[in-house]
Design a protein around this ligand. Structure first.
Ligand code: HEC
Length: 140
């Protein structure tokens, strides 16, 4: 059965994130996935702005090595940190109190509302992950 809420969400995602395959919510028990998806709508433009040129396939400054670490070409996000991507992004952006390491050429540039958007998404991702809603993410 297709739920109206899923359709509404699909429309929102379709218009807001045309090139990203969104997680597909299929019922109320997937609410963390809906929250993740909504948070992604806000976080994605920030990653596009600061990270895409090195971490998207075919981008100007992308290399195999950078993509192996972190690949934001499609969603769910890829690279060998995929299974811990919420914590990894908090870490490289300095949210955890350590010095920020990304973007590699301007660490610390992501701040304020933009950083908050990524942090919110990272927490939503963690919650969905904890709820077992990332079957396609390979957990080591
Ligand atoms: C100018 C190019 C460039 C930009 C822009 C950039 N990165 Fe990176 N990123 C790199 C390089 C180079 C490495 C690999 C560093 C290494 O091998 O130690 C890397 C590695 C990473 C890693 C793996 C880190 C680790 O400790 O293993 C993550 C996660 C990451 N980047 C996330 C991001 C995020 C998030 C952004 C945007 C806020 C971003 N990067 C922007 C070049 C970039």
């Amino acid at each position: 059965m297709i739920r109206p809420r899923a359709i509404a969400l699909g429309l929102v995602l379709w218009s807001a994130t045309p090139s990203v395959a969104a997680p597909t919510p299929s019922g109320t028990k997937n609410d963390p996935l809906v929250a993740e998806t909504q948070a992604w709508v806000a976080a994605r433009p920030v990653l596009e702005k600061y990270c895409a040129r090195c971490h998207t396939q075919g981008a100007k400054s992308a290399t195999k090595r950078k993509l192996a670490h972190f690949d934001m070409t499609s969603y769910p996000l890829g690279g060998h940190h995929a299974a811990t991507i919420g914590a990894t992004l908090r870490d490289v952006l300095g949210v955890t109190g350590k010095r920020p390491r990304m973007p590699a050429d301007r660490p610390g540039i992501v701040a304020g509302n933009e950083l908050a958007a990524i942090e919110a998404w990272a927490h939503a991702w963690d919650a969905a992950d904890k709820a077992g809603l990332h079957p396609s993410v390979v957990h080591h």
